[in-house]
Design a protein around this ligand. Structure first.
Ligand SMILES: [Zn+2]
Length: 75
């Protein structure tokens, strides 16, 4: 069962990184249990045209080919 081992390993890794973020939070805030949030949502949208450009900032039109860029609605 190689796959099960792999999952277990991954879980251990996640747990470790969680511990790390707890420690980081403690260091940054002086409060135990405070979690440092190092999360940044980057939305990438590929140009529907042929240019293959990928945009990270909400531009309305592709500067390369002029296609209209459709951005997902904010939740
Ligand atoms: Zn384009």
């Amino acid at each position: 069962m190689v796959e099960a081992n792999y999952i277990q390993e991954k879980m251990a890794e996640i747990q470790k990184s969680e511990e790390l973020s707890n420690i980081m939070g403690k260091l940054l805030s002086g409060k135990p249990g405070y979690k440092a949030v190092i999360e940044k949502k980057i939305i990438q949208v590929r140009c529907p045209g042929n240019c293959g450009m990928i945009f990270e900032s909400p531009v309305k039109f592709c500067p390369e080919c002029g296609s209209k860029i459709e951005w997902p609605k904010k939740e």
